[in-house]
Design a protein around this ligand. Structure first.
Ligand code: ZN
Length: 181
């Protein structure tokens, strides 16, 4: 499968799992790229277009995530509300999920109430304890992503996947060719 790489200036990148700045405290994969299945890349480009029409940008935290990296996350936090059980496989391991936020035209991230990977009920889409501004920004992201054909996940405001994610195969990192470091 030939995955597609999306990069600046089309999107902004903040790939936390390629750095120690994630819930495990260390990098969980070495490929610092936003890689997606072509079907997902097309829908992300549609979301980019819709965001741009409102003067906004997309800032991506994670896209394709190798199944081996999913195990590292699960070992750090074995809670199925927040981490897909690696035995079942994550939509990220199929290249059809993206974790992201909205940013202003200058790249400043919008207020979303919690950081990426805040594994608490405050990260739920329907949480009303976060500020009204954050609730509005989450709704804005939800609207853009839904209009572009993405499904949301109730427990994480930053996560979106294709509605038929399970119909795509899990892809091992090695199947994508040489590491592009
Ligand atoms: Zn995700």
């Amino acid at each position: 499968m030939q995955f597609v790489t999306l990069a600046p200036p089309t999107i902004d990148l903040d790939l936390r799992y390629a750095t120690p700045d994630n819930l495990t405290g260390s990098p969980i994969y070495r490929r610092p790229l936003c890689l997606l299945h072509p079907a997902a890349a097309a829908r992300l480009l549609e979301a980019v277009r819709l965001a741009a029409a409102q003067g906004l940008r997309l800032r991506v935290f994670d896209a394709y995530r190798p199944p081996a990296a999913q195990w590292k996350l699960w070992e750090a936090l074995p809670d199925a509300r927040f981490i897909a059980d690696p035995r079942k496989g994550s939509s990220h391991g199929r290249g059809v999920a993206v974790d992201l936020t909205l940013a202003a035209a200058d790249g400043t991230p919008l207020e979303m109430g919690t950081g990426f990977d805040d594994m608490s009920e405050r990260a739920y889409h329907a949480d009303t304890q976060v500020s009204v501004e954050a609730q509005r920004n989450r709704s804005l992201l939800l609207g853009i992503m839904a209009a572009a054909g993405w499904a949301h996940y109730a427990h994480e405001w930053w996560h979106y996947h294709l509605p038929d994610a399970r119909s795509y195969p899990l892809v091992e990192d090695g199947a994508l060719g040489p590491r592009m470091m």
